[in-house]
Design a protein around this ligand. Sequence first.
Ligand SMILES: Cc1cc2nc3c(=O)[nH]c(=O)nc-3n(C[C@H](O)[C@H](O)[C@H](O)COP(=O)(O)O)c2cc1C
Length: 207
Amino acid sequence: MTASKCFIYLQKEIHTVVAATTDGDGLPVTCAIDIMDADEDGLYFLTAKGKGFYDRLKKDGYMALTGMKGEDTMSCVAVSVRGKVCELGEAQLRRLFEKNPYMNEIYSTEKSRRALTVFKLYDGCGEWFDLSKKPIERASFNFGKAEESEEGYFITEHCIGCRTCEPVCPQACIDFTTTPAVIVQTHCLRCGNCKSVCPHNALIRRG
Ligand SMILES: Cc1cc2nc3c(=O)[nH]c(=O)nc-3n(C[C@H](O)[C@H](O)[C@H](O)COP(=O)(O)O)c2cc1C
């Protein structure tokens, strides 16, 4: 799953996400935000300059979001993204209104749109997490200038293939056909059971 595909899914299929920023005391604040556009570099959304959300974006320069689609937990896909944010201003506003005509119902006149400004989320990382698949499917991605990072549990050369971890893995996603065994990252829940039971201390966690 590439960043571009996840961005298109966020914009077209999920659209409204929950965005996280921090307040003046560094405490977390969330709010609902619409993803108005996307390209391979990032995501575009808008807000009003008078909102607390605007102040938090300007203060943090960073934002995290999660969007979900599904009837219930076991049919749900969640996409999470975090990265830098910058204000693009009103130049992109017309394009976002054309792409999202429902916005004309909320801000119906040119004058009422004076408060609005566009932000871009860029240089970050994210994750696709699909609970509808069995075993579960997950994929990480980076975009822009963000450094590639590898997250999750990994088995080192200390593994002797004793299979102590096999029964505690909820997704049966450890491949024992080689030694050291290998965790199939696409299906791993990252619960940490394997690390906690390994008698050879052969697991490390990254990220
Ligand atoms: C479905 C939905 C979509 C929303 N989309 C946006 C949006 O794209 N931009 C925005 O500024 N506010 C949007 N809002 C409103 C914000 O969630 C709300 O203004 C936010 O809580 C503001 O927080 P603040 O007053 O702390 O700034 C949306 C609300 C809902 C219910």
